[in-house]
Design a protein around this ligand. Structure first.
Ligand SMILES: *Cc1c(COP(=O)(O)O)cnc(C)c1O
Length: 398
């Protein structure tokens, strides 16, 4: 466990130095892959002493990790101002599920944003419901009015800002401050921004969650989740994850830590290229709204300007006269954009999205068809040429 409040280094430096304790790396730069289930103790007294400690840096048994996993968790803690610790999980969904279980019990109610990642909804609607926990959904633009939804059963809020399909930016400080006043725990899915572009705990969030699968790993080859929290929730978050047997492999932790070292330069390039392409799209006659938090079309854009340190590579845009068929022609015509789920890797992706299918608290009335793009690290000129060609095919299909 590291106290991140001690850290005054700039983000680029932190991405390079954090978590690399000499005790864990030895004489090499990166913490080696410690593959271990059993840890061998010197004698019975040593074994007994191991039971009484539950801190990173103390070997116990493989389920509690080794220096490879501790180093990564430590790095993520250092990079989140105000954090007391970070738990790692085998996927982003596992991080969301376990963090919610850490703060909810039967009879409780949880509020989720209507713009939630679909698997978060399905976890709440199916699994939590079976545990006797009720889920209710709120308008992502509700801001401080969230208080009007609180009942004495409301115990947690799951925010996601911006939403990963529709990109509404929430007034996280206002929502979290109302929650805190009412004794409600706030959890944020911070996958889009990471702590680099949105230092969540310092904005009032209690537990900040990322699908590390995306920008932390950055190379589309590992699944991982992480939840970072301050003192008040750290022990509870840790114990819950341990009791649920959550562990990531040292090989995966190694790859994620390797990705983390270039997070700063990758995020900045994703940001710049995505902005170039979003502005280019905005000028196209075929395009209506460009739902990118840094563009005025995006609901919550003013809040983004106030609260965020940057924007990442994921956004959506409206094909104003598009339908299912012409949108498929557009996406199928792209050569440099892969068609697939996930994002945050070095490669560009395109996905048809239909937010109306999921909403319950708000209506999704946008006409036309929505396309989500992840802008990778290719040259933006090539990506623009690819998009221009796809528009030609799309126009012929209308
Ligand atoms: C991908 C994603 C997740 C889930 O992460 P996995 O590692 O794929 O389980 C959670 N939230 C958001 C916003 C995501 O995009």
């Amino acid at each position: 466990m590291t106290d991140s409040s001690q850290n005054s280094k700039k983000p680029a430096t932190q991405a390079v130095t954090s978590g690399r304790r000499k005790a864990w790396t030895g004489a090499v730069v990166n913490p080696p892959v410690w593959r271990a289930s059993t840890h061998l103790y010197d004698n019975v007294a040593d074994l007994r002493a191991g039971l009484s400690s539950n801190a990173d840096g103390q070997f116990f048994y493989g389920r509690r990790g080794s220096p490879t996993q501790w180093s990564l968790a430590d790095a993520l803690t250092e990079m989140e101002p105000g954090a007391a610790g970070t738990m790692l999980y085998p996927s982003g969904v596992a991080a969301i599920a376990c963090a919610m279980l850490a703060v909810l019990k039967p009879g409780d109610e949880v509020l989720l944003t209507d713009s939630s990642y679909d698997p978060s909804r399905s976890y709440a609607d199916a699994f939590l419901k079976r545990m006797g926990i009720t889920a209710r959904y709120y308008d992502p633009l509700i801001g401080a009015d969230i208080g009007s939804l609180f009942t004495d059963k409301t115990k947690a809020i799951l925010l996601e800002s911006p939403g990963s399909l529709t990109f509404e930016v929430q007034d996280v400080p206002a929502i979290c401050s109302a929650a805190k006043e009412a004794g409600i725990t706030s959890l944020l899915d911070n996958t889009w921004a990471t702590s680099r572009f949105f230092p969540a705990l310092s904005k009032g969030v209690d537990i900040s969650i990322v699908a590390a699968t995306k920008y932390i790993v950055g190379h589309s080859d590992v699944m991982m989740g992480a939840a970072t929290t301050h003192d008040k929730y750290w022990t509870r978050l840790r114990r819950t994850a341990q009791r649920l047997g959550q562990v990531v492999s040292p090989d995966d932790a190694y790859l994620a830590a390797r990705g983390l070292r270039t997070l700063e330069v990758r995020l900045k390039q994703h940001e710049q290229s995505a902005l170039t392409i979003a502005h280019w799209l905005k000028k196209r006659a075929e395009v209506g709204l460009v739902l990118h938090p840094a563009l005025p079309d995006c609901p919550g854009h003013e809040v983004w300007k106030r609260d965020f340190n940057g924007s990442s590579g994921l956004f959506s845009f409206q094909l104003i006269d598009g339908d299912e068929k012409s949108r498929a022609v557009f996406i199928d015509s792209l050569a440099l954009f892969g068609i697939g789920y996930s994002w945050g890797g070095f490669e560009s992706l395109a996905l048809p999205v239909d937010p109306g299918k999921y909403r319950t608290a708000t209506d999704w009335t946008m006409k036309g068809a929505l396309v989500r793009l992840h802008i990778g690290l290719e040259d933006p000129d090539d990506l623009i040429a690819d998009l221009a060609k796809a528009f030609e095919h799309y126009n012929n299909a209308l």
